[in-house]
Design a protein around this ligand. Structure first.
Ligand code: NAD
Length: 514
């Protein structure tokens, strides 16, 4: 099937006529789609369509815009199963997780639909009499939204729903490895009544279609989720043009397990956090930091449980680990296993690509655990983005927090303990955008801010009401109804300090008079 770009409410073939192919990572016999290799011209046409649709969309009342999001959420509920299966076929995550990905998009649509009747500003008193002060959100302009493959519907929804409810138009550039889910999401918005040109889709490679969008001066918002390497370059380019720019990037997230933890609960959390989505999550728990006293027995149980996880096609029930997304990523995982061994960590489980049975048709890698590692090893510092967990030992709470924080990244962190003091110390001192107690590093909910510090983000947040700041400008409004010129800071009615000095002066003269 040849996919088409979606520009101005119509399908559009790439100008170059060039396509590239995407196969099912669990079965290389299944061609998923032939994807337009769009370039500069296609990106330019899509931005022109977004720019043309912008005046009418920004003047559509926010509650009306929101009703379209609400309808899209209702449609997505009906289509959930079909779209989840498309997702599993195109990028591999197991069906139960693919359903969760679509559900996250539904949740985000409903959450942002509610925002259409809020978009709250402030009203506040003036320092002058007969004057009113307020703030309101205004749209910014056409947005370029660039998304990764690992949450192929949820992440486009995290960007599109707030972008649209705030009154902006958009061009979405989905990841090369997951085109269907993005298209399914945009089809749903269209079927819900979104006017032509408000959302456009340009498929293609990042360095071509993506870069062309970022470079376009008509684009006023850039929202990117992906690797820190690409995000850093995009941020620099967007800054030169003074665009709004939101970067959600990589992670090297840690779960701390203290000796007083409920160990069964902690084991469940480490398995789900480390190997859920085959470890291909920005919030994956790729480091587990275990208190020294329980290290041997915890590792033994973790290895035993991880060994029982089954890899295979995400469409097969009973499979917990889907395939690795592409051959390049599989090679990267293999390289990190070699690095870990060279560094002197002990490969306790897994470590080699799976062969035989149905695995030969796809890209499968087993749960892999390194033990006896030290915090500064590359396998404990660099994002691997696969089912590889490094287990580190610590001396206690302070040491555990120090190890967790010794990372370039700061996306998500977790602590397992039954001690209330240790839990609160973790919440306060773990230097990450998201911190969990007695739950793994994954599991964000859409109505709360999502994002990280240091190399994981650039100070903005996705999700929650916080994300509205990416997609709107604050306008400050002053209404003077005094009928005369009032000058702030000059004609201010006397404040306490000034009154004090006037009083003192008055009293002085009075005294003097005495
Ligand atoms: P990636 O950086 O390779 O690609 C992400 C997107 O950027 C893709 O659409 C790609 O085509 C595009 N792109 C690549 N080069 C570009 C360029 N020069 N100009 C414009 N666009 C360009 O990332 P990926 O492999 O798709 O995803 C994995 C990464 O994403 C991991 O690092 C993971 O941690 C991160 N991620 C972060 C979050 C988060 O919310 N923090 C969520 C999911 C994934």
């Amino acid at each position: 099937m040849n996919l088409r770009n979606w520009i101005g409410g119509e399908e559009a073939a790439p100008r170059s006529g060039a396509y590239f192919e995407r196969y099912n990572p669990a079965d290389d016999r299944e061609l998923i789609a032939r994807i337009p290799a769009s370039g500069h011209e296609d990106a330019g046409r899509a931005v022109a369509a977004a720019e043309a649709a912008y005046p009418a969309w920004r003047s559509t009342p926010a509650p009306r815009r929101a009703e379209i999001l609400f309808r899209a959420g209702q449609l997505l509920i009906e289509r959930k199963e079909v779209y989840a299966r498309d997702m599993t076929r195109e990028m591999g995550k197991v069906l139960i997780e693919a359903r969760g990905d679509v559900q996250e998009a539904i949740d985000m649509l409903f959450f942002m639909a509610g925002e259409g009747r809020r978009l709250y500003g402030q009203t506040t008193p003036s320092e002058l009499g007969a004057k009113m002060c307020m703030t309101m959100r205004t749209p910014v302009g056409p947005a370029a939204l660039i998304t990764p493959w690992n949450f192929p519907m949820a992440i486009p929804s995290w960007k599109l729903a707030p972008c649209l409810v705030c009154g902006n138009t958009a061009v979405l550039k989905p990841a090369e490895d997951a085109p269907l889910s993005a298209l399914n999401f945009v089809c749903t918005l269209t079927d819900a009544g979104l006017p032509p040109g408000v959302v456009n889709v340009v498929f293609g490679r990042g360095a071509e279609a993506g870069a062309a969008l970022i470079a376009d001066a008509r684009v006023r918002i850039v929202s990117f989720t992906g690797s820190t390497r690409v995000g850093r370059a995009i941020g620099q380019q967007a800054a030169a043009d003074l665009k709004h720019c939101n970067l959600e990037m990589g992670g090297k997230n840690a779960i701390i397990v203290l000796a007083d933890a409920d160990l069964e609960l902690a084991l469940e959390g480490c398995l789900w956090g480390g190997f859920g989505t085959t470890g291909q999550r920005c919030t994956a728990a790729s480091r587990v930091i275990v208190e020294h006293d329980i290290y041997p027995q915890f590792v033994e149980r973790l290895v035993e449980r991880a060994r029982s996880l089954r890899a295979g096609s995400g469409l097969d029930s009973g499979v917990q680990l889907g395939p690795i997304v592409n051959a390049r990523q599989l090679q990267r995982i293999e390289e990190y296993v070699a690095i870990g061994k060279q560094e002197g960590a002990r490969l306790t489980l897994g470590g080699a690509r799976l062969h035989g049975r149905e695995w030969d048709r796809g890209l499968f890698f087993p749960p892999t655990i390194f033990t006896e590692a030290t915090p500064d090893m590359r396998i404990a510092q660099e994002e691997i983005f696969g089912p590889v967990v490094t287990v580190l030992a610590c001396e206690g709470l302070e040491d555990a927090i120090a190890i967790a924080n010794r990372s370039a990244y700061g996306l998500s962190a977790a602590i397992y303990t039954t001690g209330v003091n240790a839990a609160w110390r973790g919440l306060r001192d773990l230097d990450a955008g998201i911190v969990y107690v007695n739950a793994p590093t994954i599991g964000a909910e859409v109505h709360l801010p999502f994002g990280g510090v240091r190399a994981s983000g650039n100070g903005h947040r996705e999700s929650g009401a916080a994300t509205l700041d990416v997609y709107s400008e604050w306008k400050t409004l002053y209404v003077d109804y005094s009928g005369r010129l009032q000058r702030a800071q000059i004609d201010t009615a006397a404040g306490p300090a000034e009154r004090g000095s006037q009083l003192a002066a008055g009293r002085g003269s009075q005294l003097g008079g005495c």
